[in-house]
Design a protein. Sequence first.
Length: 173
Amino acid sequence: MSGEHANLAVIMSKPTRWLIASSLACLALGLLANRYLVLVTVSGSSMQPTFQDGDRVLVLRMPPRLIRRGAIVVAKPPDRSWVWQAARAADSSNTLPAWIVKRVAGLPGAQVPESSADVGSDAGIVPPGHFFLVGDGPVSVDSRLWGPVPFSNVLGIAAMRLPAHPVSSARIP
C-alpha cells in the first residue's frame, strides 16, 4: 500500500497538492467559523452609544459559564410579548425581535441592580441559570421589564463591531 501512496504523490504536482491542502484547510475553517461565529445586525437604540442602529456584530458562541458581568451578549428575548407590545405601541411594531443585544448586569446569585429589584426574581437575586441583561441606552426593553433571561436564550458574546455601512477606500473626485 505504501508504494501506491508514493506513486500518487509523484503523480500529483506540487501546486496540485498545495491546492488540495489549501481547499481542505479553508473548508475546515469555514465549518469552524459556521459553528462558532454568527453575524447579527443591531436594530434600535437601546445599546447606544456602544452600538448604533444598523451596526453589524460578530458574535462568538460560547458556554454561558464563561460569560462574565459587563460582557455584551446576543440573546433570544424571553417570550413575554405583552412587554414588547407595550414598549412598541408608539411605533406600531408589535413583533418580537429575533435577537436582542444587551449587557450582562447580573450573574446567577448576584444582587439584581437596585433600579430593578422587584422584577422577575426572588429577594432581588438573579436565579441560577439566568443572566440579568440591560441596554446601555437610556431607553431599553430589557431585564428591568421582563426579568432575568435563561442561559438557554443566550447565543454568545459580541466579539467585534462592524460598521453598518463599510466605507469604500476608493475615492471618486
